[in-house]
Design a protein around this ligand. Structure first.
Ligand SMILES: Cc1cc2nc3c(=O)[nH]c(=O)nc-3n(C[C@H](O)[C@H](O)[C@H](O)COP(=O)(O)OP(=O)(O)OC[C@H]3O[C@@H](n4cnc5c(N)ncnc54)[C@H](O)[C@@H]3O)c2cc1C
Length: 462
């Protein structure tokens, strides 16, 4: 087989890349190689601001996807080898596919705590199937340990009802991947008064994947929206105990206990439990060989330059598999999130098209500023620019406005110019904050009024 463009991976990055290629080059052949039988497409895309977007993810079958794009052939198979010298790849089902341009979008896999190899009661979350098995296990559990402090752990702690939850985090405050201690304090009451949800109406299509196709794409932003996760402890009100600055040191079968696991923490505490959910980050998924080596970053990601090109000729990479290795704009940095997977997939396609046609490629505007919209503990959360003072050392000021249970707004300023913002709740400030960061307007004339709720600050900038 052969194609001008071969894309590997049916997640957000790979599918966006294939769709963008099909749009710009409707006459050229495109092959999308996907290990999972479901393809993740982006729907209901809408721009909140210039850079910030919201979208839903719809999982569709490979057949439905190919019908929509006449020049894309979807092959349901696994990449095992890249011959980067003769420009072809080999798959698990012994297919050989020649490419002119190859884009790798194989994503990342969860980094579980090391003890997960020994105990089936330690689970991670990656795709729809793994969510289902976690939900099933939680149903049978009265006491659960959640390890990790990112978005997935925070959502699970918030969603699980009818169980005693022990949340083990290595930081001094909750949700540290995204927010500072002040915002963590703002979220704290949500831990006691967690959401009681209605039974879910799942928008996802239900396909049962065969055993060997289990390693599907990472979930999309809607994975938890309608999820109800109930434990087995309906008689006792659910509770969350946070174990700060600690990690799992060892796990064993207890000598005598009703619980199957005994978990020891680095702070010396011992907890017996039914289940451990490990949500401790991801590592790049490089499950194939090459003739020459890729240049890798410290976290194992394939390094890409400002055109999403790897060091190997005509091979590009996008999404969770890659590590940005270009002199990035002051207000941008990489985080393994669906927003960036989509942006990178799209931009890799534009770069390949530009290089094929000998056209100049200009970097996409989205790489000017970090922007992410999510939900944490039931609140809308928007993170813009250097929202935690990243890259600024100690040379910055913080302006804060907080109304308990309603909103938390943090502006990060350097030399009276806005560098980043955390907007929690329905603040309606995202557009203004984005403009202030991008335009670097001198805010010294406004002083603290910039966050004065009695002044409609947007009037200043009209
Ligand atoms: C539980 C969970 C919740 C998350 N929540 C959020 C959130 O709320 N907000 C957010 O922004 N991000 C979230 N993320 C992260 C986000 O899902 C990822 O950043 C994003 O999906 C990455 O997209 P990708 O296309 O690079 O990789 P993936 O979506 O992982 O897709 C990789 C694809 O490559 C395929 N593949 C892998 N190896 C091969 C091979 N050798 N041959 C063929 N195909 C292969 C896989 O089957 C898969 O289809 C979450 C992740 C998880 C796991």
């Amino acid at each position: 087989m052969e194609a001008v463009f071969v894309i590997v991976g049916g997640g957000i990055a790979g599918v966006t890349c294939a769709e963008t290629l099909a749009f710009f080059e409707p006459e050229k052949s495109i092959i999308l190689l996907s290990e999972s039988s479901l393809i993740k497409t982006v729907t209901n895309l809408h721009a909140i601001t210039k850079i910030l977007t919201n979208f839903d993810i719809k999982e569709i079958s490979a057949q439905e996807f190919s019908t929509k794009h006449s020049n894309i052939t979807v092959i349901h198979d696994t990449l095992i080898e890249i011959n980067d010298e003769e420009h072809f790849i080999k798959t698990k089902d012994s297919k050989t596919i020649k490419y002119q341009y190859l884009c790798l979008c194989t994503g990342a896999e969860p980094k579980l705590i090391p003890q997960a190899n020994e105990f089936p009661e330690i689970l991670g979350i990656r795709d729809t199937d793994s969510v289902e098995s976690v939900v099933q296990k939680v149903k049978e559990s009265k006491k659960i340990i959640i390890v990790g402090n990112g978005g997935i752990a925070s959502e699970l702690v918030y969603k699980i009802q009818n169980a005693e939850i022990h949340w083990v985090i290595k930081d001094r405050h909750i949700a540290a991947t995204f927010v500072d201690p002040g915002a963590a304090e703002f979220f704290q009451p949500s831990l006691e008064k967690r959401e009681m949800c209605e039974p879910p109406v799942s928008k996802r299509m239900r396909y049962k994947e065969e055993e060997f196709k289990k390693s599907g794409a990472a979930l999309g932003p809607d994975w938890y929206k309608n999820l109800i996760i109930n434990g087995a402890n309906a008689e006792v009100p659910s509770s969350v105990t946070v174990h700060y600055q600690s990690e799992v040191s060892s796990v064993k079968k207890p000598a005598s206990s009703v619980f199957p696991l005994e978990v020891n923490l680095t702070d010396g505490e011992k907890i017996d439990c039914d289940l451990v959910i490990s949500a401790t980050g991801v590592s790049a998924r490089r499950n194939f060989t090459t003739k020459n080596n890729f240049e890798l970053s410290e976290d194992g990601g394939i390094q890409v330059n400002e055109y999403m090109q790897t060091n190997l000729l005509n091979i590009y990479a996008a999404g969770d598999i890659c590590s940005a290795n270009w002199p990035v704009a002051k207000h941008w940095f990489q985080m393994k999130l669906w927003t960036q997977a989509r942006q990178m997939g799209c931009y890799a396609a534009k770069s390949m098209v530009g290089h094929l046609n000998g056209e100049e490629v200009l970097q996409d505007f989205c790489f000017e500023m970090f922007a992410h919209s999510t939900r944490l503990f039931g609140y809308k959360v928007i993170l813009l620019g250097l929202f935690n003072g990243q890259k600024l050392g100690t040379n910055y000021e913080i302006l804060l406005r907080m109304t308990k249970g309603l909103e938390y707004i943090k502006f990060v300023l350097e030399n009276d110019k806005l560098q980043g913002a955390v907007l929690i709740g329905d603040t309606d400030l995202e557009e203004m904050a984005e403009n202030l960061i991008l335009n670097q307007i001198d805010l010294s004339p406004y002083g603290d009024d910039i966050l004065n709720p009695d002044i409609d600050i947007e009037d200043y900038f009209d």
